[in-house]
Design a protein around this ligand. Structure first.
Ligand code: M6P
Ligand code: ZN
Length: 187
């Protein structure tokens, strides 16, 4: 392996060079947002909009890799656009998110059901401890861009969050960002 300097555009998350890239669109998130009617309205009036994209730089055999996530602004009903949210398959692997631009909320949930939030804004580096599920949410009007660093064998475990949701929702209430209990969280 050789050292590398990767250029990261803090406004749109573009990486040069990068080794991987994927795009997530709203249509894949049926059932994730609470307001199914608002979800269908967006799809029928605006189409299958991109909600976020992820780029990465990974060297085979390394114990670290990193990338960017670019989250677009938007809402489904009163819920802001968000990532799927996941635990790591390996329960001893954490992660770091360093925000480059935009504003958001990192919602975390421990295995035993505690919830925490960390505000995402430029200059804040968030520590995600091992075995805390994490979902990022763009609460602003601009793209939210952050750099993440993780161990490549951490893996993604989506099943629990997909099936039960998270205990808290990050919503727009009276023109302000609010963290509220999820009325549909399946205990
Ligand atoms: C961050 C990292 C990635 C993750 C991405 C999107 O960039 O944690 O590993 O894949 O967010 O989150 P999710 O996979 O939950 O949709
Ligand atoms: Zn993760």
């Amino acid at each position: 392996m050789f050292p590398a300097g990767v250029s990261i555009n803090p406004i749109n998350g573009a990486m040069t060079p990068s080794t991987g890239h994927y795009v997530k669109r709203l249509g894949e998130f049926r059932g994730v947002y609470q307001d199914g009617k608002a979800f269908d309205t967006i799809l029928s009036t605006q189409g299958d909009v991109t909600t976020y994209e992820v780029r990465e730089f990974k060297e085979k055999g390394s114990d670290l890799f990193f990338g960017t996530t670019t989250m677009y602004p938007g809402r489904v009903g009163d819920e802001y656009f968000m990532t799927r949210g996941h635990f790591h398959e390996r329960r001893d692997r954490g992660e770091v998110y360093y925000t480059q631009s935009g504003h958001g909320m990192l919602l975390l949930q421990s295995r035993d059901g505690k919830t925490e939030t960390v505000e995402m804004k430029p200059g804040v580096c968030a520590f995600i401890p091992p075995d805390w599920a994490h979902r990022s949410i763009n609460t602003g009007d601009e793209p939210l861009v952050f750099v993440w660093v993780c161990n490549p064998d951490a893996g993604h475990d989506y099943a629990g969050i997909l099936a039960r949701g998270m205990r808290s929702l990050v919503v727009c209430r009276n023109n302000a960002v609010a963290v509220v209990p999820n009325p549909n969280f399946a205990d």
